[in-house]
Design a protein around this ligand. Structure first.
Ligand code: ADP
Length: 191
């Protein structure tokens, strides 16, 4: 399976991605996690990405695309993957199409978690207390939501037009949401 999970910041993508990836035996690839690992190791990529992340802005497409292309060329992603946090711009959609097309495959589905924006701010502030992520302050959270609305929300229409969209209600308990996602995906994988 070649899957994407989308949704606004705080929708629970990372949490659900882990369950979906396990179910389908594919790696969950989170661009946010890869960037954060690079920031904490002080790599050149991390140094390049950090100021954008701290401000709640997107890392430039060129940097992100290169990183994803490298990651998808690793052996474990050959038979499938679940992308969490990519693509996030229309330009990244085109780039990903190229990467998947080059390997002679196609996308199977794009899961979108729908959530209430106010509830999300609360979730993220809560997460800030637990994980201490640098970009989980209220101002930066609001900026990430704006950037999502401007740059990433339009991708939903793009994938809907391709008949790839699987919209799932992301509100409620984690295991309820997981059950909804897996049910929706199972019905696709049997087609
Ligand atoms: P969230 O979904 O909670 O905002 P992520 O962990 O997915 O957080 O991403 C954290 C940050 O990493 C983003 O705010 C952005 O700066 C950067 N980032 C992650 N993925 C991308 C991407 N595809 N394009 C550009 N920037 C990205």
């Amino acid at each position: 399976m070649r899957l994407i999970i989308m949704g606004p910041p705080g929708a629970g993508k990372g949490t659900q991605a882990a369950f979906i990836a396990e179910r389908y035996g594919v790696p969950a690839i989170s661009t946010g996690d890869i960037f954060r690992a690079n920031v904490s190791q002080g790599t050149p990529l991390g140094l390049e990405a950090q100021r954008f992340m701290d401000a709640g802005e997107y890392v430039p497409d060129e940097v992100t695309n290169r990183m994803v292309r490298n990651r998808l060329s690793e052996d474990d992603a050959e038979a499938g993957f679940l992308l969490d946090g990519y693509p996030r711009t229309v330009a990244q959609v085109a780039e990903l199409d190229g990467m998947i097309g080059d390997s002679g495959h196609s996308l199977d589905a794009v899961v979108v978690l729908t959530v209430d924006p106010e509830e999300i701010v609360q979730r993220l502030l809560q997460r800030a207390l637990i994980d201490g992520r640098a970009d989980d302050t209220e101002d930066v959270i609001r900026r990430r939501q704006e950037v999502y609305a401007e740059q990433t929300q339009p991708l939903i229409g793009v994938y809907r037009d391709r008949d790839l969209l699987v919209e799932v209600d992301g509100m409620g308990e984690v295991d309820e949401v997981t059950a909804r996602v897996l049910k929706a995906l199972d019905s696709i994988s049997k087609h």
